[in-house]
Design a protein around this ligand. Structure first.
Ligand code: BDR
Length: 319
């Protein structure tokens, strides 16, 4: 079985990704580490437990990690994900925070990787604060990972948070910088533009949400607000280039569990702008090799949409 650690800021699309990981037959989720991001850390923790409850998998350990970025000012994405991060639909049966594992997320991440050297795939769909702190505490972590999958950054300076910055990188640019410098394991990045270009048709999304299973009903409930926003003409024009359903975190997760999902990628050294007035947090691609970085990342370009749809459908249908 593929061993995964999910580093999340649950958020609607993180929730989709967690559901997909839990439904995959050949995958073991060792633990879920939580980070500030789409919503404050406390909400991230509650939301993650809600997703696990909906999937019937409260046995998976959930850990609390960094509640703020390394240097940047805290920011969240409540406009899109809702103030609570999951579409602002009250859930009277939500599990309480006493369900959390006591260990700190960064320490737990280091421990899980050390106990499974060469076997763990880390999927990061949040600002990269937990990963940055982990490598500062234990510089050998990247060498022990099998692979790192990130949802974050951008390739054409098309932002969703600042003019040219993507949320996860903008929310903690220093952490993104540290991770791209120091994680020398095979690294795969699902950028904002990649997820927009490969978004799925709304007609298909309607079919997905019409599946009548407890999991699909949960996903339907939490996705109402963000889907309404994403379907609005303004958002489509300004933010997603007029495409469809874009559950960006799910691309990173799906790629991590299915090696044949990504049909085209580009290998290039990447870093992050830390200073620009307009460009802080923007991912920088070094096509000419001027930065003399040995380590290159795989930047995802195209996805097998039929496979992705099938993975989504299965994650809603499976027990
Ligand atoms: C990323 O930011 C968040 O809003 C999403 O959950 C995703 O991780 C997209 O920029």
């Amino acid at each position: 079985k593929k061993k995964l650690i999910l580093d999340v800021d649950t958020g609607v699309d993180d929730a989709h990704a967690i559901m997909m990981a839990l439904a995959a037959p050949d995958v073991e989720v060792l633990g879920i580490t939580c980070c500030h991001g789409n919503t404050p850390l406390d909400n991230v923790l509650k939301n993650t437990l809600r997703v696990l409850q909906a999937a019937g998998r409260l046995d998976i350990p959930v850990y609390a990690g960094c509640e703020k970025p390394l240097l940047a000012r805290k920011q969240h994405a409540g406009d899109y994900h809702g103030k609570d991060g999951l579409g602002d639909v009250p859930d009277p049966n939500a599990p309480g925070l006493e369900m959390l594992h006591k260990k700190n997320a960064v320490k737990a991440m280091i421990k899980m990787i050390n106990e499974n050297p060469g076997e763990v795939t880390l999927v990061a769909t949040a600002p990269l604060t937990n990963l940055a702190v982990a490598v500062q505490l234990n510089p050998k972590i990247p060498k022990k990972l099998k692979a790192l999958y990130i949802m974050g950054g951008n390739t054409e300076s098309r932002g969703n948070t600042t003019t040219c910055g993507e949320f996860n990188f903008v929310a903690d640019p220093e952490a993104a910088y540290i991770v791209l410098e120091r994680y020398t394991c095979p690294t795969y990045i699902a950028t904002w533009e990649f997820s927009c270009r490969n978004s799925l048709p709304w007609s298909w999304c309607d079919e997905l949400l019409a599946i009548n299973t407890p999991k699909a009903n949960f996903v339907k409930t939490i996705s109402c607000l963000s889907n309404k926003k994403a379907r609005s003409a303004d958002y489509q024009k300004e933010v997603t280039e007029g495409k469809g359903f874009n559950s960006c975190d799910t691309y990173a997760l799906a790629a991590a569990i299915n090696d044949t999902l990504i049909t085209k990628s580009e290998e290039v050294a990447v870093t992050v702008e830390l200073e620009g007035t307009f460009t802080r947090g923007m991912m920088v691609l070094d096509y000419m090799g001027l930065l003399k970085k040995k380590h290159k990342a795989f930047i995802m370009k195209e996805v097998d949409q039929e496979k992705l749809k099938e993975m989504f459908m299965n994650s809603m249908k499976s027990k």
